[in-house]
Ligand binder design. Structure first.
Ligand code: C2E
Ligand code: CA
Ligand code: CA
Ligand code: CA
Length: 382
């Protein structure tokens, strides 16, 4: 950049969510896609800095107006909804600039600080404003999705790790937007949690999952995800009772998946709710165990039937220190009388190792990807 320069950092927000839910390949493809779009910016040197950040450098120090114009250019070039294979991913960009520092390293460091929001002068919120606009439209569309029949549930098999027989399914929500196509849950679930619309979505999912499961053999359970926000906003107990009543599904075939976020927010209320659910005969599972706070005290104090071990643990199988921890957790659950289910099992080796450690059930691409209810019905009939 010579002796003086300007650098603008472009950061893709929430990329780890994309990676976590859609996988590394989709995440890499998304980055490459954005990189190509940024490349078309005139008079800029493009570099890829970190996991989710690009830098665009210019020789010479620029005034605020020139920087703002360039930022507008960047924002207009990067498509807000990117299509990667079957996925439509909403992009949120955060931009920050630094200018006039005569050392390249200092320039980059200053821009990085600006990106964190430390320096209000160097911080530009244009990207966020646009993203909010985008979210507003998506929210409007989402509120019509139920009525227009754009939502459906898919079901991922859960198997006994010893016999490999299907013992249950997890219901996962899918939204097919009329123009954008499939919108990943990693986008519309957090949006609905923020706007409160998750109350309606959750009620719909409970009813649909119970109805589908009622047609399957009595040995099959159905897991339904319940967001922390749902418990805050709506009478979950009433929704569950209604879903069971109208479907005729026996309560012990319904398994509610709660995350730790639920307990962190309102431990006492959640405990009451869990007790009430168990009195109804419904099962309660702790989802994503091993992410977030993962307080071991939850295992001993909460009335949980089952612990769902997060896929990040399963991915680490084979590293001695992680193996010891995972084995220990499974052992602890068994002693406490909690069932265990490992998520994200992709290889036979992982499945065998988990079974050997005493983990009873598992879920993952090895046994089946999420599939339509018709496919599950056929699998259960074979
Ligand atoms: P989750 O509850 O942890 O669901 C498991 C996620 O892991 C699913 O992603 C599933 O497709 C994916 N998965 C399953 N097996 C494998 C595997 O072997 N490898 C890999 N890499 N991934 C695997 P999905 O369907 O995209 O859902 C993402 C998240 O969205 C869910 O995470 C859940 O938190 C949320 N979600 C989905 N449906 C609902 C819903 O009806 N209500 C609520 N509140 N949240 C939902
Ligand atoms: Ca879940
Ligand atoms: Ca999970
Ligand atoms: Ca989750």
């Amino acid at each position: 950049l010579g002796r003086n320069g300007t650098v603008i950092l472009v950061k893709l927000r929430r990329l780890d969510t994309v990676r976590g839910t859609l996988g590394r390949d989709v995440c890499d493809a998304l980055l490459a896609h954005v990189g190509r779009q940024l490349q078309s910016i005139s008079s800029g040197l493009l570099a890829y800095v970190a996991q989710d950040t690009f830098a665009i450098g210019h020789p010479g120090s620029w005034d605020a107006e020139a920087v703002a114009a360039l930022q507008d250019d960047i924002l207009s070039r990067v498509t807000k909804l990117q299509q990667i294979g079957p996925h439509v991913i909403m992009i949120e960009l955060r931009l920050a600039a630094a200018t006039g520092v005569n050392n390249q390293e200092d320039l980059l460091r200053q821009a990085e600080i600006a990106l964190l929001g430390g320096d209000p002068i160097n911080r530009f919120e244009v990207g966020q404003v646009e993203a909010i606009e985008q979210r507003r439209q998506l929210d409007i569309d989402l509120r019509q999705a139920i009525g227009r029949g754009e939502l459906h549930l898919v079901y991922q098999p859960q198997v006994d790790l010893v016999t490999r027989e299907m013992v249950g399914v997890e219901a996962l929500m899918r939204w097919t937007h009329p123009t954008h196509g499939p919108v990943p849950p990693a986008i519309f679930i957090p949006l609905a949690e923020e706007t409160g619309y998750i109350a309606e979505l959750g009620r719909w999912a409970l009813a649909a999952a119970c109805r589908d499961c009622a047609a399957w053999p009595s040995s099959i359970l159905v897991g339904v995800n319940v967001s922390p926000a749902q418990l805050r906003l709506t009478d979950v107990l009433g929704d569950v009772a209604e879903a069971l009543k109208s479907s005729g599904l026996p309560p012990d075939r319904l398994d509610l998946e709660l995350t730790e976020g639920t307990f962190v927010e309102t431990l006492a209320e959640t405990q009451d709710l869990m007790q009430a659910l168990r009195r109804m005969g419904v099962q309660v599972s702790l989802d994503d165990f091993g992410t977030g706070y993962s307080a071991l005290s939850y295992l001993t104090t909460l009335p949980l039937d089952k612990i769902k071990i997060d896929q990040s643990f399963v991915k680490q199988i084979g590293t001695p220190a992680d193996d010891a921890l995972l084995h220990g957790i499974i052992d602890l659950c068994r002693r406490l009388g909690k069932k265990t289910l490992a998520e994200g099992i992709e290889t036979d080796e992982q499945a065998r190792q988990l079974a050997q450690w005493g983990c009873q059930t598992g879920q993952g691409y090895l046994f089946g990807k999420p599939a339509d209810s018709i496919v599950i019905t056929r699998m259960l009939a074979d």
